[in-house]
Write a protein that binds this ligand. Structure first.
Ligand SMILES: *Cc1c(COP(=O)(O)O)cnc(C)c1O
Length: 360
């Protein structure tokens, strides 16, 4: 018999486990329905899926036995062309989640601080734990806006990263460019996560070459429907990029993802047309939600809508929807005490959601 006589790092022992969305397949099995009938509106995935050219290109590709290009040369050129920046600013990752992790790995010593603006994306505080970093929370106001002066006043000498999500997940609003500009004056590394930029009315991506402390994160998961292939990217100041390259796992982006990006960018007109459909459907869905008693949807510039639930229990509502094969996110944090977040689906999926909401 042997035994494990070493302890895990303390910050790992103390970590909470990440609670992700529920598995649609398990739900289908439990309800005894086909998996395809589940209406999955809990993870902001693209209801139209990837470009049909992705499956064709993946089937045709003949070099899966070859490691991908460590330097991501072609990939960075295509992405650079798409966002209008020199490829030297581009670093691709296994989802933009990996970029968040690499940035923290590069900048956070134990006890350093990350500034977060809850309610926001859970991955930031989750990842910060890996580095025994502290999360400074600056609360958003009742309209989920950020007060940049309050944020600047809360900085300490150990605050290294300021992380903004624009449009914000789960609230759906953008951070005004003036707020970002003001926070950049702090000299801290300001990370703007633009995972939903293709559904929004603006972006600060063009600012990247002008600021030595601005990072913009983007992903193919939402607008291009490639969440399952794990491909995101950072747009980085050259000095930041130089350090991240040292930390990047050599083959972090797989060949299938590279092939899929090429096919997606070649078919961007089709994909962006779907984004326009989703934006139009978002506005229809929001009006319909607002017409249901006890629901108060917030405006959104992303592919999801946050909704206050009034006069009934949001968790019970979520359970009722789940029994009808519809998955949504719900929140129980103090600021989002009784809220659900629904991703914008196809009109048919959303009609099922609306019917179920009226019924539960
Ligand atoms: C979905 C999401 C991401 C995830 O991106 P991946 O590229 O799939 O890792 C990043 N940031 C926010 C705010 C998101 O909602």
């Amino acid at each position: 018999m042997s035994r494990l006589s070493v302890d895990v790092r303390r910050c790992v022992a103390e970590m909470a486990e990440y609670a992700g969305p529920e598995d649609a397949e398990q739900l289908a099995k439990r309800l005894g329905v086909p998996a395809s009938s589940i209406v999955k509106l809990d993870a902001n995935e693209n209801p139209y899926g990837p470009s049909p050219r992705v499956a064709e290109a993946l089937a045709r590709f003949d070099a899966y036995h070859i490691y991908p290009d460590m330097e991501q040369r072609e990939l960075r050129r295509w992405i650079g062309e798409y966002v209008g920046l020199d490829p030297a600013h581009v670093l691709a990752g296994n989802g933009s989640d990996e970029l968040i992790d690499l940035l923290m790995k590069a900048y956070l010593d134990p006890g350093d601080e990350v500034m977060d603006f809850p309610p926001s994306f859970g991955m930031y505080s989750f990842n910060a734990q890996h580095y025994a970093a502290r999360v400074i929370e600056v609360q958003r106001d009742e309209r989920f806006e950020i007060d940049p002066e309050e944020a600047l006043a809360a900085l300490t000498p150990r605050t290294k990263l300021i992380i903004l999500t624009s449009p914000n997940n789960p609230t759906g609003n953008r951070v005004p460019p003036e707020t970002i500009a003001r926070l950049l004056e702090s000299g801290r590394l300001v990370i703007v996560d633009e995972a939903y930029a293709e559904f929004a009315s603006g972006s600060v991506v063009s600012w990247v070459p002008r600021y030595p402390n601005l990072v913009v994160l983007r992903t193919f998961s939402k607008w291009a429907g490639l969440a399952g292939l794990r491909i995101g990217y950072g747009l980085l100041p050259l000095e930041v990029a130089r350090h991240l390259w040292k930390l990047k796992p050599p083959f972090n982006v797989n060949q299938a993802a590279v092939v899929a990006v090429r096919a997606s960018l070649d078919d961007r007109a089709w994909l962006l047309e779907n984004c326009r459909k989703i934006v139009a459907e978002r506005e229809r869905l929001r009006a319909a939600l607002a017409s249901i008693e006890g629901l108060r949807p917030y405006p959104s510039e992303a592919n999801f809508i946050l909704c206050d639930v009034e006069g009934r229990d949001a968790e019970a509502l979520r359970r009722g929807l789940r029994e009808r094969g519809i998955l949504v996110r719900y929140y129980r944090t103090p600021r989002l005490r009784n809220c659900i977040r629904v991703s914008v689906g196809t009109p048919e999926q959303d009609d099922r959601l609306l019917a179920a909401l009226r019924e539960v």
